[in-house]
Design a protein around this ligand. Structure first.
Ligand SMILES: *Cc1c(COP(=O)(O)O)cnc(C)c1O
Length: 222
């Protein structure tokens, strides 16, 4: 099946209020163009350099979609990333948030961010622990940064394996997400729960995700 068909089938099968972020790492310009033409509204990139090359090659249609940074953003890449991305999903410390805020202030751009929560700590070192107090503290800290707009949480979990095994973690993150929203912290708006990938998106949606990040199931194996 074509990328277009893959996208449309999943788009039709999930609720309208769930956003699909097409995870474009290692994909060609033609592949990303195809998915945008099929109606994709949001593209995720893991690497600044790939994102720069992609946006330049796509030209005008770059502006039709929102660009999400879903990989680690090193400090020395923040300046270049800020004009390109609409949202950075991988903020995982107050220091990182402050580094982004400082540079966003210089170009007077308010940038949307999500806190990255790591639910599969054996796989990656990035992301904060799935712990209410840790996440609340970081949310409070980010709320004081004028050029960041905290909009929710992003979870990285095990890439493969039985999605049922992640269900309890998804459920826990959703509870934390709701609890933080209930605190009504100034200057933040807990509206996005970016949770679920190709192998786990169905379970993630059942557990309350409203943003799924899909690579393999849309574009094929890497
Ligand atoms: C690659 C990637 C995805 C998509 O993973 P698939 O299993 O290919 O759907 C989602 N989120 C992040 C952060 C990724 O790097």
């Amino acid at each position: 099946m074509s990328i277009r068909d893959n996208y449309l089938i999943i788009r039709n099968e999930i609720p309208d209020d769930v956003t699909i972020v097409a995870a474009a790492k290692t994909r060609t310009v033609e592949e990303v163009k195809e998915i945008i033409q099929a109606g994709a509204t949001d593209i995720g990139e893991n690497y600044l350099q790939e994102a720069e090359q992609m946006c330049e090659a796509l030209g005008e249609i770059t502006k039709q979609v929102r660009w999400h940074m879903i990989g680690n953003l090193q400090k020395n890449k923040i300046n270049k990333a800020l004009p390109l991305f609409n949202i950075i999903q991988t903020v995982d410390s107050l220091k990182h948030a402050e580094d982004i805020n400082l540079r966003a202030e210089r170009i007077n751009k308010i940038i949307s961010v999500l806190i990255e929560v790591n639910i599969g700590s054996e796989i990656t070192k990035s992301g904060v622990a799935p712990d209410f107090e840790v996440i609340e503290n970081l949310a409070q800290g980010i709320s004081n940064l004028k050029f960041l707009k905290l909009e929710g949480l992003m979870t990285m979990g095990p890439i493969s394996g039985d999605p049922e095994e992640v269900r309890p973690y998804f459920r826990k993150i959703k509870q934390i997400f709701v609890k933080i929203g209930d605190l009504n912290i100034n200057n933040i708006e807990m509206k996005t729960l970016s949770m679920g990938m190709s192998n786990s998106y169905k379970v993630a949606i059942q557990e309350g995700s409203n943003m799924i990040r899909l690579g393999t199931i849309l574009f094929g194996r890497r």
